[in-house]
Design a protein around this ligand. Structure first.
Ligand code: SIN
Length: 311
């Protein structure tokens, strides 16, 4: 049996007639109505469905990731569960997928999907995505791949998938097809009540350094720097970063460009005590850092976990 967990998103969205301009509200249509709109679903095998959240995924918070993790672990523990499908808004889908990829044990397939068009669109993409996700979750070949993402007739591994375009059915892309994906689950033993706050600070021409102190003063235990180029730290940021590091805040040098940020290649990471994001984009490096901190890692342990996650 496949367990389907619905969390909202455009796949459960409906046009908002009052807003005009084709605007819609995400996460309003209940899961039963979504299932009823999928021709051929009954032939895909036994399915159970549960509405666990009803969010626009821009409002998804770390506490919601923990709720989705708990629901997925509960499904895994049920006899007869062969895999889990999660319906999710597309805006932060890759973040939830990566979080679950690091926190679920290898084994049963978990497939996230969503839609770029609301459920009441005349050519809604949600029904086909839902059916494809259920079918993939039921395939024995999907076991051991970790968390997968299905959109627009394609499937990808959680590690490299990104929403690369803000509109269009082909919004998602990855350099890793699902067949090449590997399960991770390095934090599968973790069951935190909450996750530590980690902020992402963007680098750009003239980016102010005082955002660093503001983040630390309001509770950040880690900072991921989404810097220009090869993780180039603005000179004006150095005093604030050093002060944050002295206060025990973990600092990860990442880039807003794609590619690998190499340790010590463009900054004195060893001397400063900074970590590097490898090839993880800042939102995914943030999640790895949150989990590392939640696991009590620091210093070399945190560095090793991030380097290993970040390729
Ligand atoms: C959302 O992320 O919940 C809204 C946008 C979408 O699902 O495409």
């Amino acid at each position: 049996m496949i367990h389907l967990l619905a969390t909202g998103g455009t796949i459960a969205g409906e046009i908002d007639p009052e807003a005009g301009h084709g605007r819609y509200r995400a996460g309003v249509r209940p899961v039963e109505a979504l299932l009823a709109a999928v021709p051929g679903l009954a032939d895909a095998g036994p399915l159970s469905a549960r509405q666990i959240l009803a969010l626009d995924s821009k409002d998804m918070a770390p506490a919601d990731w923990l709720a989705i993790l708990a629901a997925t672990r509960a499904s895994f523990a049920e006899p007869g569960c062969d895999g889990v499908v999660i319906l999710h808004g597309t805006d932060t889908l890759e973040e939830t997928a990566w979080f679950l990829h690091l926190t679920l044990p290898a084994g049963k397939p978990v497939v996230l999907t969503g839609a770029m068009r609301p459920a009441d669109h005349p050519a809604a993409d949600g029904p086909a995505n839902l059916l494809a996700a259920v079918r993939l979750a039921a395939r024995p070949e999907a076991r051991g791949k970790g968390v997968l993402v299905v959109m627009n007739g394609m499937a990808f591994g959680a590690r490299r998938v990104v929403k690369a375009r803000c509109s269009g059915l082909d919004a998602f892309e990855s350099t890793e097809p699902w067949q090449a994906a590997r399960a991770d689950g390095r934090f599968a033993g973790l069951a935190p009540d909450a996750l530590p706050r980690v902020d992402i600070l963007p680098g750009y021409a003239g980016a102010p350094a005082d955002l660093i102190a503001a983040s630390v003063a309001t509770g950040a235990r880690g900072l991921v720097l989404a810097l220009c180029g090869h993780g180039s730290v603005p000179s004006a940021w150095l005093p604030a970063l050093r002060a944050a590091h002295r206060q025990g805040v973990a600092i990860v040098r990442g880039s807003r460009a794609s590619g690998r940020v190499e340790p010590d290649a463009n900054a004195d990471d060893s001397g400063e005590g900074w970590l590097t994001a490898g090839d993880l984009p800042p939102p995914k490096a943030r999640i790895a850092l949150m989990l590392g901190l939640a696991a009590g890692l620091s210093g070399d342990g945190l560095r090793a976990a991030l380097l290993d996650c970040g390729g």
